[in-house]
Design a binder for this molecule. Structure first.
Ligand code: G6P
Length: 368
């Protein structure tokens, strides 16, 4: 086992640091002549383009990855995109039609809830697309078509490298679906350019490891942690909080910043740490005002911003700021989640819990 971990103490740590490589393999052979080629989808792109709705279905981290990809799907396809947690779709028996494209996202390709939702959507005549990390898995076999994310085997129970590869795989899928639209050509080109450079930017953000360890040290005894995000980074807030919950066994919630004044604001005081994601995108000024409102209520803020923005986001000099490299807005969730993965990892080690096998959790939940 130690041999498999290489120079790392834990699989989760190794998998976090592997991300420049895993993202490279996700994109390998798929970015050609400034466009995207996805062999597993080619024959079905027309059907997807004509669907009335795209439904993303998954559980846990895979659901969050789909949520991160959703805005780009909406933008490039022009098709309404809805989100379903697999168990909830089952509980409600929500309507699914022949004109729908249902995208099943699952690292393992074996999660029981997702599999049952697949059988249900299939029986209702939807085009079923799989996004998995496991060649030959049940979801890969039972869908009409799909893509493998090729992140390599993930061992840590808490998903890290699969999450970022899922986002990139789905971004490529959105680019392929939107490839017939002239109006978005320049936008697609700039995303493809940033995709090629993404592994380098991920290497850069991994240099925050020591800083995240120090931050973890300052948070080691707190009861609870909130993460506020919106737009592309609503998913980052959910996923960052999920990591902290799963492995560091600390209460943590990811919240939509736009909902702050509809409840969460009541929780704000000098003790509760709140991470606010405020990297540059169309929501930046809204996040600046969220920071002001939290500061006015004496919130204990930790702000994530784009490189060089510390002084424009920080309400007071003493406020902790995490500066991350800037990439295309739709790819920024790949960068932003990494400091949060590192934070969850270090919090877990410092609190003395099992990183790779958190209590009560399984890598793949194959029963309902
Ligand atoms: C379990 C794991 C999570 C994972 C979820 C979905 O709950 O502990 O880390 O995100 O299943 O798994 P999947 O293999 O379908 O992505």
């Amino acid at each position: 086992e130690q041999i498999k971990k290489g120079n790392y103490d834990h699989f989760m740590q190794k998998e976090i640091h592997e991300q420049p490589h895993s993202l490279t393999t996700t994109m390998r052979g798929r970015l050609k002549d400034n466009s995207v080629v996805l062999g597993g989808l080619k024959e079905h792109l027309k059907t997807i383009r004509h669907s009335r709705r795209i439904i993303f279905i998954g559980c846990g981290t895979s659901y969050n990855a789909a949520l991160a990809a959703r805005p780009l799907f909406e933008e490039l396809s022009g098709i309404p995109v809805t989100m379903e947690l697999a168990s909830d779709l089952q509980d409600r028996q929500g309507p699914i039609y022949r004109e729908d494209t249902a995208v099943f996202v699952s690292q393992s390709g074996e999660t029981a809830d997702t599999l049952l939702a697949l059988e249900y959507a299939f029986a209702n005549g939807a085009l079923c697309v799989g996004v998995t990390n496991t060649v030959g898995s049940t979801i890969a076999r039972k869908t009409h078509c799909g893509i493998h994310i090729n992140a390599g085997c993930e061992i840590g129970v808490a998903s890290t490298k699969a999450y970022t590869s899922q986002i990139v795989a789905m971004a490529m899928m959105a680019l392929a679906i939107g490839a017939d639209r002239i109006s978005t050509q320049a936008r697609r080109q700039s995303i493809v350019d940033d995709l090629s450079n993404l592994p380098n930017k991920v290497s850069e953000v991994l240099k925050l490891d020591g800083e995240m360890r120090d931050l973890a040290e300052s948070l080691i005894d707190t009861q609870s942690l909130l993460v506020f995000g919106r737009g592309y980074n609503y998913a980052t807030a959910l996923e960052g909080a999920l990591k902290v919950k799963e492995v560091a066994l600390m209460h943590s919630e990811g919240m939509l910043a736009g909902e702050m004044k509809h409840g969460p604001l009541a929780l704000v005081d000098e003790t509760l740490p709140i991470i606010v994601i405020a990297t540059r995108d169309a929501c930046f000024s809204k996040q600046q005002s969220v920071i002001q409102q939290l500061h006015a209520r004496k919130g204990r803020l930790i702000i994530m911003c784009s490189e060089g923005d510390a002084s424009s986001v920080r309400p007071v000099e003493s406020c902790k700021v995490i500066e991350v490299p800037r990439v295309a807005d739709c790819l920024q969730p790949v960068i932003n989640v990494i400091p949060l993965q590192l934070l969850a990892y270090h919090l877990t080690v410092l609190r003395g819990f099992d990183v790779d096998q958190p209590r009560n959790l399984a890598k793949s939940v194959t029963t309902q």
